[in-house]
Design a protein around this ligand. Sequence first.
Ligand code: GLN
Ligand code: ZN
Length: 757
Amino acid sequence: MSAPIGSTVLGYPRIGPRRELKKALESYWAGTSSADDLQTVASEIRAGTRTDLSALDSQPTGTFSFYDQVADVTALLDAVPPRFRPDGRRSGSALDEYFAMARGTETAPPMEMTKWFDTNYHYLVPEIGPDTTFRLAEKTPVDLYREAVDGGVRNGRPAIVGPVSYLLLAKAADGAPEGFDPVSRLDDVVAVYAELLGELAAAGAGWVQFDESAFVQDRSEAELDALRRAYERLTSVSTRPSILTVFSYGDPGPALDVIARTDVEGVALDLVTAPDLVDRVPSTTGLRDKTLVAGVVDGRNVWRTDLPRVLSRAATVLGGVAELAVSSSCSLLHVPYDVSVEDALEPTVTARLAFAREKVAEVALLGRALTQEGSDDLRRAVVDASTNQRAAVDETVRARVAAVESADRSRSAYDVRRKAQAAELGLPDLATTTIGSFPQTPDVRRARADFAAGRLDGADYTKRMQDEIERVVRLQEDLGLDVLVHGEPERNDMVQYFADTLPGFATTKLGWVQSYGSRCVRPPILHGDVSRPEPITVEWAQYAQSLTPKPMKGMLTGPVTILAWSFVRDDQPLGVTADQVALALRDEIADLEDAGIRIIQVDEAALRELLPPRRSDWGAYLDWAVGSFRLATGGAADETQIHTHLCYSEFGDVIDAIDGLDADVTTIEAARSRMEILADLEKVGYARGVGPGVYDIHSPRVPTRDEIAALIAEAQRAVPDDRLWINPDCGLKTRGYAEVEPTLRAMVEAAVEARNS
Ligand code: GLN
Ligand code: ZN
């Protein structure tokens, strides 16, 4: 028997409390430090993690990654796509090959990146074909386990993405036959995992943790059967550690029954996302004989746990299983390191927060309280560790949300709006525009940083931004665009910018979380009722409009995207919070209208990102998501043209919701997918303006005018000219003027030509 898991977490941040890994990676990639330097930083981060986790009964090992835990398995299995081995074998070091997969080389584009469930983390999508060979190429999990033991960890548990989820998260390699399913390679992959189990046992590991979270998404019978087969095979390995199968980010549904009937020794459940799972525990055949790791501390949000409540819930399953352990609901990868370094937050907010370190303390305390039941001291400690601080209430905001009626979420019929807007704006067919941001030059960034640091005073800063706006407006006039933008020089980030000014949000100093590889984000914390005491964007928009007779687009970020890229309070339904943000935006729209802005774009870049893992939950989500957008925009006058922008082309499933936003114009990514989206829109009867991107801004390539013309022609086949807009795929912020200027010029020329032919 392996030692009990007791209190644990399923994973830990690995970027370093001060983003040490980010800095080390970037300097290694830039060639200014050596692989040894990088390894030194990495082992220091791992040592820090071991210390941070030392209060727990057991800890995961190997949750460190140089880039991504899915890419780690690709390297482990040697399933490196052949384009990274043009000569059929690895050319440089294993580490450099790994970074080549993540970042690409001159000859090989990087592996595709996609979102890890409904979090803001992105993984590298494995590419699996019929010919992919799998072998245990390296023993990193074994090495990292040994390192942990040497570092004093007694109850370490190697943590690895599970074999079935690895394949379910993969895509068919280029050149695989039509319909090829990576899961068809399961037996070969499981054979390597079986070998690894033997190695881990030999190294002394008592437990191993396999993340099978792909089963919180809808899965077919065949996929469930793959899960059964994989774990029957793995549990039959003669000398092996106990196996903990992890389901995070949702409800594993039927996969729980499948895994419970196998001989795995432990199952971890996410009781934060799926609290009702508790009720299934007693009736799930096979679970009674296992260790149940109850994920009761939220691994992906920043709020303190209601420990007494969790404790009493945990106690109800205590008798139902062989052994109960307590844990985070998922890896703590999704939260920052440490609240205690945040000295600029309101104490009433700080008192409600728990980042990774604080969550570890919560789990440790829960573990002790569960095992040493009856100890008064402990019970008191549990109560003391819980916060009685609540979100500050803004009665005005509450009353306003309560008074929202369904009429507030709708505008006049589109036909009425269309006529009013045509009269007001007088735009040509195939009107040209951009998505909002223009390239952010070092100068602009420096001015923002200087202003933030107090090195530039308000008047100077305003002047610098106005100069930039003027430059961008003149450029657009010169290019001949029909609808202009101010270029967003004053915005660091499309969410942070709004969060910085709206009451109800807080910004951290060091609250970084990994988005992918070395890339980190610092999500604002939406902690209280949101209001908008004064205009945010109006002055800039008004100034920009004053420079030109052409219509200037006001530029806002929508409620869903603001929520998606923040840590959001969990003490009320998300829909209520979204409506509060929507009302703030509604006021901003009214003020923009008053200032003479006739076109307003409300970006919903993240609409798709918050889709829950299971389809049965989509309807409820889309209801509040679409409802909040409509509340934000529902007060706009008929003559005001509302645009929205969505960042990707795979909308298939949410196309009705996009139609439901009822925007007058929807701009959308389409250049790479060659306008496929238009047919989908047509199918649901979308009959308003649409601007499929004709310039792929994710690539530094400058497309030719002919290429753009071909895309326009393709779009014209699906959409009549008077509803078709011509624009890039997304904002131009990350590109340089050397690419942007010629491309926009070509785009406008191609549009004018198409218009006149
Ligand atoms: N208006 C924003 C910009 O142009 C939109 C960015 C986005 O969609 N991600 O930068
Ligand atoms: Zn976009």
